[in-house]
Ligand binder design. Structure first.
Ligand SMILES: Cc1cc2nc3c(=O)[nH]c(=O)nc-3n(C[C@H](O)[C@H](O)[C@H](O)COP(=O)(O)OP(=O)(O)OC[C@H]3O[C@@H](n4cnc5c(N)ncnc54)[C@H](O)[C@@H]3O)c2cc1C
Length: 302
């Protein structure tokens, strides 16, 4: 799919990829420079009580904090969701992601590409793209496996990776060989749900709609949530339960579509045999416009 000027022209916004720490840093600096935000690290929320007019949270050390409302943006394994939705643990997809970042100097010149590149293989795929104006090269390798470790960001075994990628193309293997240490994620998601709020408590981001990463949209959807939530609260500053319902209703179908389509794209990338041949035929027959139209439901915005 052509990006660059083509994407800007078609969607009105540039297509961009960003280092996780860079976007996090931008949000952090914005919070630090606002007199309305107080940041407290290492505070574990154990439970909450909604008293109608205000919400109390109970922290890990037994301390309590009071506020007008509670936004549960506590991720895939959300404690707050357990009370608002109560649908148990996330679904383990059986797919594992390994991630690493190389310095530009460590990427052979003939393998360096200023694009987002995805190598699709049977039950695997491999993605790379430059970050920070080309100073870094981000690598993500995904494969099917029953291996399971709860949580995230563990160190990934190289042997396990090679078992799945050994038959891949030489370009992929040459890049994989350059990585000393991989971080590993066991990928999970959930079925979409329609109810994200109860009284003065509301969910946002992965707590509301955890998704597989195949459309690279989890953090994007969390950010859109925040914008829409802020708009809804600005419209109903004196009725937060109403504002939260308006936000939920504005967001749940769009994010449900991304949750569902992320699974479909995962199957598409990892296809084998005749399914893979059909995929390749379909993609080869697409024009630039077809490619853009196929993703317009997402990139045209909420
Ligand atoms: C391999 C992989 C690749 C990805 N690639 C992309 C991508 O390219 N583009 C994209 O947009 N998204 C991507 N994502 C998804 C993205 O990382 C998530 O969707 C995003 O981080 C969700 O943000 P969040 O703030 O909702 O949750 P999180 O980032 O999970 O943050 C939740 C926070 O809550 C804290 N917390 C949890 N429980 C408690 C508690 N009880 N008390 C206090 N604090 C608590 C956690 O410590 C954490 O800091 C990817 C994810 C994975 C796994």
């Amino acid at each position: 799919m052509p990006l660059g000027e083509d994407a800007l022209h078609r969607f009105g916004q540039p297509y961009a990829v960003t280092h996780r720490a860079d976007i996090h840093g931008a949000f952090l600096r914005a919070c630090q420079s606002s007199s309305l935000v107080s940041l407290e690290n290492g505070r574990h929320v154990k439970s909450y009580e909604d008293h109608g007019g205000h919400v109390d949270v109970v922290l890990g050390d037994g301390e309590r904090a009071e506020g007008r409302a509670l936004l549960g943006c506590d991720g895939m394994w959300s404690t707050i969701r357990a009370r608002v939705v109560g649908d148990g643990k996330p679904r383990v997809s059986g797919h594992i992601a390994y991630r690493a970042v190389l310095k530009r100097a460590d990427v052979p010149d003939d393998l360096w590409r200023p694009d987002v590149v995805l190598w699709a293989g049977p039950r695997t795929h491999f993605v790379h793209y430059p970050l920070r104006r080309g100073e870094l090269y981000n690598l993500v390798a995904v494969f099917h496996s029953d291996h399971y470790e709860e949580g995230w960001n563990a160190e990934g075994s190289k042997e396990l990776l090679w078992q799945h990628f050994a038959a891949q193309r030489p370009e992929v293997l040459r890049l994989l060989e350059r990585i000393e240490t991989w971080r590993m994620w066991v990928l999970c998601d959930r079925e979409p749900v329609k109810v994200w709020t109860k009284g003065r408590v509301v969910l946002l981001g992965d707590a509301a709609h955890p998704m597989l990463q195949y459309l690279a949209q989890g953090a994007c959807m969390a950010t859109e949530d925040a914008v829409v939530l802020a708009e809804c609260v600005a419209r109903e500053p004196n009725d937060l339960p109403k504002a939260f319902l308006a936000y939920q209703n504005a967001r749940y179908l769009r994010t449900a579509r991304v949750q569902i389509m992320a699974r479909v794209y995962g199957e598409f990338y990892h296809a084998r045999g005749p399914t893979a041949e059909l995929r390749d035929q379909m993609l080869a027959a697409r024009s630039k416009e077809d490619a853009q139209n196929s993703i317009a439901w997402l990139y045209d915005g909420p």
